[in-house]
Design a protein around this ligand. Structure first.
Ligand code: ZN
Length: 468
């Protein structure tokens, strides 16, 4: 399996630190609002990476954090007149709902920055002892130049950074020894959440959070560290400096970054009015469509979001689901059990599409080509099955489709929605059962409908129903 490593700027063969295991860390969102569709991209693509490793038989330890203390959270809390804790708890819950809708698997561990402060303080202390950090009036800075590999991930030259960074010296940071130095700990301002530390009552800088949580839950060395490409500098560069300076070991073997998401070929921004939350999209589309759309491009390519492309994704997804539905329908009616010899040959042919799928995924997770292989398999299933097909053949094809779509996090097994006519017929059956005083059957029908999201209401005008 080959993956593109931002560190070497090339595709490298994946060799795990420990046989059969993958230790993976993905930087999570700062929770001060509903997540937007740009936040959803790394969630979807790296969940798919994880699923493919699992499909290959790896045991994946997948850690992703919530940054639940941050200026933006504090600002929002002040605006609403509530605590920062209330804001972050609320949006963590909302984020988890969106992730469920996107069929993103829960992480092995999903740490919160605010629950890991003690470890961060220890890590900062280690950095001070080793001469990589210094405290000035309650603020602790990392001495970037002291870490001689600083800039190795973003491939930046320190002197270019220095001249570019001069203007970034903001008030309160003028005590830095060097403009490149960055904050590990900062003292609180009035009304801000704060923790005790040897330097001041305050809170950690953003970068130290990930260094600590990755170390605590995955160890000093991990296989894969991932996130959006906007995190390469300074966030990931700073994480590397902190972790490698403190632990004296290479932090992560492979650095994976997904490309940007644009809206109608423009950068997504609130001021341009083209800003969408995942929740807003879910009002118009099943979030499976958003997931399928995101995987229709290679994860490193920029991706353009538009109504037209979402419609195309919706149709593509429908095609796959319809094929699975057809196979299930045929299975329910098939009379022949065993595969014929001709069908056995066809199964062998169909397996070639699985090989194509795997080849695409092995090439730096090329989901666009992997989806193309699924479409070929679907087409093959549609054209080689009919009422004469054996149960075994239909089953084999259905299993292949389910297995591959599951790697993509796409569910093709959902129950189809009941049609109005079917609902009316069941209601009539229930009425007849009640007339015969067969209340057990009447209740059974009510329960059956409820399980499929249909709510019955007995009124004076008769039985009314609605979809839940
Ligand atoms: Zn991070």
């Amino acid at each position: 399996m080959k993956l593109y490593n931002t560190m070497s700027k090339s595709k490298e063969e994946f060799v795990p630190l420990e046989e059969g295991k993958v230790r993976m860390y993905v930087c999570g969102p700062t929770v001060y609002n509903f997540i937007h569709i740009g936040n959803a991209r790394p969630m979807i693509v790296f969940d798919t990476v994880r699923r493919y490793f699992e499909y290959k038989g790896y045991d994946v330890n997948f850690v992703t954090n919530f940054t639940d203390v941050d200026d933006k959270i504090i600002k929002k809390a002040i605006e609403e007149g509530v605590t920062a804790d209330e804001i972050s708890k609320r949006y963590i819950a909302e984020c988890k709902k969106d992730m469920e809708g996107l069929n993103v698997k829960p992480a092995t561990t999903h740490p919160l920055a605010t629950e890991e402060i003690g470890g961060m303080i220890e890590l900062i202390q280690t950095l001070i002892e080793k001469g990589y950090a210094y405290a000035k009036n309650g603020t602790v800075y990392f001495r970037a130049r002291k870490f001689k590999d600083y800039g190795k991930l973003s491939h930046k030259n320190l002197d270019d950074l220095r001249s570019g960074n001069r203007s970034l010296l903001v008030s309160g940071e003028d005590e830095k020894e060097d403009p490149l130095d960055f904050v590990l700990w900062k003292p609180k301002k009035e009304g801000e959440p704060a923790w005790e530390s040897p330097w001041s009552d305050g809170r950690p800088g953003w970068h130290i959070e990930c260094s600590e949580m990755s170390k605590k839950y995955l160890g000093e060395q991990i296989d894969i560290h991932a996130g959006g490409e906007d995190l390469i500098f300074p966030h990931h560069e700073n994480e590397i400096a902190q972790s490698e300076a403190a632990n004296g070991k290479e932090f992560a073997k492979y650095w994976l970054h997904n490309g940007f998401l644009n809206i109608d070929n423009r950068k997504m921004s609130k001021s341009l009015g083209n800003f969408f939350t995942v929740r807003e999209i879910s009002e118009k589309y099943d979030l499976q469509v958003l997931r399928f759309f995101m995987l229709s491009a290679h994860y490193r390519s920029p991706l353009n979001f538009s109504a037209e492309l979402m419609e195309a994704a919706k149709n593509g997804l429908e095609r796959i689901k319809t094929a699975a539905d057809n196979l299930r329908f045929l299975l329910g009616n098939a009379s022949v059990k065993e595969m014929t010899e001709a069908e056995q040959g066809k199964v062998t042919k169909a397996r070639e599409y699985i090989v194509n799928f795997e080849k695409a995924m092995e090439d730096d997770f090329n989901t666009a080509d992997a989806i193309a292989a699924v479409f070929e398999l679907v087409k093959y299933a549609n054209t080689t099955t009919d009422g004469e097909s054996s149960k075994a053949y239909l089953q084999a094809l259905l299993e292949m489709i389910v297995k591959l779509t599951d790697v993509l996090g796409i569910v093709v097994e959902e129950k189809e929605e009941l049609l109005d006519g079917d609902i009316e017929a069941l209601i009539q059956e229930r009425q007849a059962a009640r007339k015969e005083r067969n209340f057990a059957r009447a209740d059974e029908i009510r329960g059956e409908l409820l399980a499929r999201g249909i709510i019955l209401e007995d009124t004076r005008e008769g039985v009314k129903w609605k979809r839940a």
